[in-house]
Design a protein around this ligand. Structure first.
Ligand SMILES: [Zn+2]
Length: 330
């Protein structure tokens, strides 16, 4: 993220910050929200960095403060990442301690970023709320969420909500199509299907590379293509494919990608917005499930994957999906 990128792709947000910073009217807490492929983390970090930059309104990326920030060594800033693990009370405690004992650099506004704040325990959310309610100094918080409905109402009401636009789908999609499989047994360009799904589930090429680096993650996404194809011709085989996953996949993160992928394609079907770029458009138009069945499957996926939660019961989720599909066999 840089100033030009922000100016061109996030016009509303750019203007809001430009005005707030130049008029010294920053809010105490911003909640940046958007789709899975909206660059929430990089935007939040860039705005936080901008508040510690010595040069202009937006981070210059060259001054000592910006460089310290990029190295994660800025004394004025604290980062909690809810995308890698659930945010617990301990992390909020560390955040409080950080701001209690650190002396801030002159003319810098202390900031903290909590990425995917909806992935927080109730106890931690209450501590965070207390911290937000009693700002001891002018600290600015940047919270992010892909699922604004699951953010605690009391936190929402204390935040200035700003939407972050998704990345430009066409450019991003072709960038991903040019990547290669990293696994040992595949040495060609990514399948169209995989590229499409990846372009929808994250705005981060870094995350995409970490998925490509793991055969099982890739398998968990690509198996959905086989599942839909089987569903059209042979319901029983499709069911068997999902059931057999339990023997192959043990890692909950794999199921998380599987469910995300399923959910994205179901959304496309349900919104009559099947993208030709997905590689299996014809298959998706011929899925022999009723709208009601699709809606029911989607709501099971939503309540279980919580977008990024890993403490789910994947086999239970699969059984519930199969129950919905089985009706067609009777
Ligand atoms: Zn700077």
């Amino acid at each position: 993220m840089n100033e030009n990128n922000l100016k061109n792709n996030q016009k509303v947000l750019y203007k809001l910050f430009y005005n707030s910073i130049s008029n010294n009217r920053l809010s105490n807490c911003y909640l940046l929200y958007g789709d899975l492929n909206s660059p929430l983390k990089s935007t939040a970090l860039y705005l936080a960095k901008s508040l510690s930059c010595q040069s202009g309104i937006f981070a210059c990326d060259n001054c000592p403060s910006c460089k310290r920030f990029d190295l994660g060594k800025s004394p004025d800033s604290f980062f909690i990442d809810g995308s890698t693990e659930t945010i617990k009370k301990n992390s909020i405690k560390e955040l409080e301690e950080h701001f209690k004992y650190t002396s801030f650099e002159d003319n810098h506004i202390p900031t903290y970023v909590i990425h995917l704040v909806d992935n927080i325990t109730e106890e931690a959310a209450n501590s965070l709320l207390k911290f937000l309610e009693e700002p001891k100094q002018d600290i600015v918080a940047f919270l992010t969420s892909h699922n604004i409905d699951s953010v605690l109402k009391t936190i929402l009401s204390r935040s200035t909500k700003v939407r972050v636009n998704p990345v430009d789908q066409k450019t991003y999609f072709s960038e991903i199509c040019n990547l290669n499989y990293l696994s040992s047994n595949k040495d060609n360009k990514l399948s169209i299907f995989l590229s499409y799904v990846l372009s929808k589930i994250t705005s981060s090429i870094e995350e995409i590379n970490s998925i490509l680096d793991n055969d099982l993650y890739v398998y968990s996404i690509e198996v959905v293509e086989d599942f839909f194809t089987l569903l059209v011709d042979n319901l029983k085989e499709a069911e068997y494919l999902l059931l057999s996953l339990a023997c192959k996949i043990k890692d909950n993160k794999c199921y998380n990608y599987l469910f995300l992928c399923l959910s994205i394609l179901l959304s496309d079907i349900l919104s009559d917005n099947i993208n030709e770029d997905c590689g299996i458009a014809d298959t998706l138009t011929n899925i022999p499930l009723s709208k009601k069945q699709l809606v029911n499957i989607k709501s099971i996926l939503e309540e279980n994957y919580g977008l990024r939660r890993y403490n789910l019961n994947p086999i239970g989720t699969i059984s519930r999906i199969l129950k919905i599909i089985e009706v067609n066999n009777e």
